[in-house]
Structures are given as structure tokens and as C-alpha cells.
Write a protein that binds this ligand. Structure first.
Ligand SMILES: C[S@@+](CC[C@H](N)C(=O)[O-])C[C@H]1O[C@@H](n2cnc3c(N)ncnc32)[C@H](O)[C@@H]1O
Length: 239
């Protein structure tokens, strides 16, 4: 089990807490349905527009190198949204067999054309795939959306379908400032804490794959305490 950031090349964006904080309670209810509003609604309810722009390509290359993926290997992306990473993995490793698991029918219906037919509807806590059937199982910014018991089940499931070949990334914070910012920003996360909490959960689940954290980055000019006119940043993670 290794702590390794396989999303190091994901574009970094500082978050505008002011616009997100307004109406946060109501927006949480809407976002947690993972429907159109979450993906393609306004920024305060999720991504504010979730469109393919190629940002996953360098990450797909790093994942392919890390897991030494080759034609004929099977890869599962759990919580794959519209299948953008799936599409890029198939471009980077021609002949790779990629599947996605997604709870959102909206995301499945509006997935990238290149991934169409490869997204299965379901929840991370019960993967409809055989044990050991994947060369890699990816789960990026998804399982913190489950309560802690379900989260534990999901981690066990990732280990089951791809023993020692998982990559899990989850929201985390390292100190009180990061926690406060996280709570001001978060829409859908149910299980969250410091990296040690996650390490303990991984150990309880018997997880032997790799993992890393998504730590919220705040632009100090855009804190709730320093309110300023609204500004929209599109396509940042919608958590
Ligand atoms: C923050 S997005 C991350 C999407 C993508 N993995 C990424 O990193 O850009 C969370 C995704 O997980 C999906 N999701 C939420 N709960 C889920 C569950 N229990 N099982 C499977 N997918 C889930 C949502 O519909 C959404 O597509």
C-alpha cells in the first residue's frame, strides 16, 4: 500500500468560498442527487459545467505507467462521472478494456461518446464484477460521498475486484483551517477527516492498494470572512 499522488498533473484551482457558501444547505440536497444540477448546473450546486477538455490525458498516462497497463488489461473507474478519464485511458493504451461504475443516470446518459456502452449504473459499495477481474480499479473523489460503514464496504470492494491494484483518492484536511474551509465548501461528502482517519479505514478494510488526498486550496481573497463579488470558476471538482 503506497501513498502516492497519481493526480499530480490535475490542474490546480483555488476555490471561491463566497459563492459556494450562499445557500449551501439547500445546494447540498440538490448536489447529493448527482443529477443535471450537480454536473451542468450552477457552480454553487456542483461543477458548474462538466465538459471534456483533455485534462485527464496526462493523468491517464501516469496511471498507465504506474499500473503498467497494456492492451487486453481491464480497468475499472468507480464514480467515473461522464467517462472522461475512461476515454483518455483508452486513447493512451489502445486495446485497454475500460469499464466505469457510476451512480448517476444523468452522467451515464450524457457520457463521452467514446465511453458510451462502457458505463454501468451502480454504487461503489457493491461492485457488480468478479473478484480479481481488473488490472487496476480507480476511485477518485467518490467514496467520501458514502457514510462510514458504506465507505468501508466500498474500500473492501475495490480490494476485492483488484487486489493490491487499487487507487483511491479522497477529500482530506490536515489542520483546522483546512477543515473550516472544507466545511464551507463541501456539498456531498459524508465521510471526511485527516489522512490518519483514512489510513485507519483503509487498514480496517484490508486495503493494500494505493491512495492519496484531495486537499482543498483556498484563495485568501475569496474567503467567506473576506466577501467580495461573485466569480465563477468552471470545471473544478464539484464536491
Ligand atoms: C466528485 S465526482 C468525481 C468524478 C471523477 N471520478 C473525477 O475525479 O472527476 C464524484 C462522482 O462519483 C459519483 N458517485 C457518487 N456516489 C457514488 C456511489 N456511491 N457509487 C458510484 N458513484 C458515485 C458521482 O455521481 C460523481 O460522478
Amino acid at each position: 500500500m503506497a501513498e502516492i499522488n497519481l493526480l499530480a498533473k490535475y490542474p490546480r484551482a483555488k476555490r471561491n468560498l463566497v459563492t459556494r457558501k450562499v445557500g449551501q444547505a439547500a445546494n447540498r440536497v440538490i448536489a447529493s442527487q448527482f443529477g443535471r444540477e450537480y454536473f451542468d448546473g450552477t457552480r454553487d450546486q456542483g461543477y458548474g459545467g462538466y465538459r471534456y477538455d483533455g485534462r485527464w490525458l496526462p493523468i491517464a498516462r501516469d496511471l498507465a505507467d504506474h499500473f503498467k497497463l497494456k492492451a487486453g488489461d481491464r480497468v475499472l473507474d468507480i464514480g467515473c462521472a461522464k467517462g472522461f478519464l475512461m476515454r483518455d485511458l483508452m486513447e493512451v493504451v489502445p486495446g485497454l478494456e475500460v469499464w466505469g461504475l457510476e451512480i448517476s443516470q444523468y452522467a451515464i446518459d450524457n457520457c463521452h461518446d467514446d465511453a458510451r456502452g462502457r458505463l454501468v449504473r451502480g454504487s461503489a459499495q457493491r461492485l457488480p464484477f468478479a473478484s480479481g477481474s481488473f488490472a487496476a480499479a480507480l476511485c477518485i473523489n467518490v467514496i467520501h460521498n458514502l457514510g462510514q460503514d458504506a465507505c468501508l464496504e466500498a474500500i473492501k470492494e475495490i480490494e476485492r475486484v483488484a487486489p493490491s491494484r487499487g487507487y483511491i483518492q479522497v477529500d482530506a484536511y490536515r489542520n483546522d483551517d483546512e477543515r473550516d474551509a472544507f466545511l464551507d465548501w463541501v456539498l456531498t461528502a459524508e465521510t471526511f477527516g485527516k489522512p490518519d482517519m483514512w489510513r485507519a479505514l483503509f487498514a480496517r478494510a484490508g486495503y493494500t492498494g494505493d491512495y492519496y488526498w484531495t486537499i482543498l486550496e483556498i484563495d485568501p481573497e475569496w474567503t467567506v470572512r473576506n466577501a467580495a463579488p461573485a466569480q465563477q470558476h468552471q470545471q473544478e471538482p464539484g464536491r
